[in-house]
Design a protein around this ligand. Structure first.
Ligand SMILES: NC(=O)c1ccc[n+]([C@@H]2O[C@H](COP(=O)([O-])OP(=O)(O)OC[C@H]3O[C@@H](n4cnc5c(N)ncnc54)[C@H](OP(=O)(O)O)[C@@H]3O)[C@@H](O)[C@H]2O)c1
Length: 300
């Protein structure tokens, strides 16, 4: 298993720089797709969501920025306006609460001309053995990663089908492609997002509504602090991550092209392909060796 880990680390270093060179060009198709369109982004206060907001601002979109940290959202809103966004609204909500989700839907329903695009990006993970985690932490993960995404997708799909255009981009993970001992529930929530989004893509394919699912691999964001993985003991840390900017760019391009599944980065695509071929017992042992965390976050 150590040999496999070394190969993965080596390939990661080889491919990560290469991917960065490919992903950073602002292109005309993105501008054509999103200019003057209302796009709502959950989890916009940091990481991939924040970078998507900046790219869409440069494309001349109208944005609704959603997260709990209102101060961060308001700073980002100012930046987005200076980058070229036509209008930016901030919605400060906790999406683990159904009241927060309904409040967001009410705000989106009031947009002049209606919503054109929804990016369900907010999400978090936690390391450690499933049975030792506090139930409220796991319940919050189910609410944010699954329940809020499903409710928002259901509302938006109805609105967009009636319009005959627009789209939904859901953010899953390469964690969706195999069981993830050490992050069991997180991996399972992302598997849900993956299959749910692919099915929605097909259901809406001929309605003019684009549905894509972005699968980032390791990406340099605040995700690992939130997941309680700041202790460098976890081996996954030694694999280089992609930049949030590059992942955001790849996701938006894939969505504009209406790709059902967008895996960020060459190495992640290779690993996703090989994972499908590997026996389950091998997948389990490799994943557990990467994600076993001595200082696991087990409380709220
Ligand atoms: N980073 C990675 O390696 C990686 C890999 C694969 C997939 N992903 C996925 O990518 C997505 C974005 O994560 P990221 O890497 O950009 O991490 P991040 O920097 O931690 O961003 C997470 C975002 O979600 C928001 N959020 C968290 N809890 C929330 C809540 N209860 N209500 C509303 N918003 C909430 C956070 O804002 P507030 O704290 O202000 O609410 C933040 O804006 C997630 O779905 C994650 O699972 C990340």
């Amino acid at each position: 298993m150590d040999g496999v880990f070394l190969v993965v680390t080596f390939l990661g270093r080889l491919f990560s720089g290469h991917g960065r060179q490919l992903g950073l060009v602002i292109n005309i198709p993105l501008m054509r797709e999103f200019q003057a369109q209302w796009v709502a982004i959950t989890g916009a206060s940091s990481g991939i969501g924040e970078q998507m907001a900046e790219i869409l601002a440069q494309a001349g979109a109208k944005l609704v920025l959603v997260a709990r940290r209102g101060d961060r959202l308001r700073q980002l809103a100012e930046r987005c306006i200076s980058l070229g966004a036509i209008e930016v609204r901030v919605v400060e909500v906790d999406l683990t609460a159904s009241a927060g989700v309904e409040k967001l839907i009410a705000e989106l329903s009031a947009l002049p001309g209606g919503l054109d695009g929804l990016i369900n990006n907010a999400g978090f993970g936690a390391t450690g053995n499933f049975d030792q985690a506090h139930w409220r932490l796991l319940d919050s993960m189910l609410e944010l990663n699954i329940a809020s995404l499903v409710r928002l997708s259901h509302w938006a799909a109805g609105v967009l089908r009636a319009k005959g255009r627009g789209g939904i981009l859901n953010v899953a993970s390469t964690a969706a492609f195999q069981p993830l001992p050490g992050m069991a529930l997180y991996g399972a929530t992302k598997s849900f997002v993956s299959t749910f989004s692919a099915a929605l893509h097909q259901e809406l394919k001929y309605s003019g509504v684009k549905v894509s699912c972005l699968h980032p691999g390791k990406t340099e964001t605040e995700f690992f602090d939130a997941a309680g993985m700041s202790g460098k003991a976890i081996r996954f840390f030694q694999i280089p991550g992609m930049s949030a900017r590059e992942v955001a760019q790849i996701g938006l391009q894939g969505w504009a092209a209406n790709q059902p599944q967008v895996i960020a980065g060459g190495l992640n695509r290779v690993i996703a392909f090989l994972t499908r071929l590997a026996p389950l017992t091998f997948q389990l042992r490799l994943a557990h060796s990467l994600f076993r965390e001595p200082e696991a976050r087990i409380s709220e």
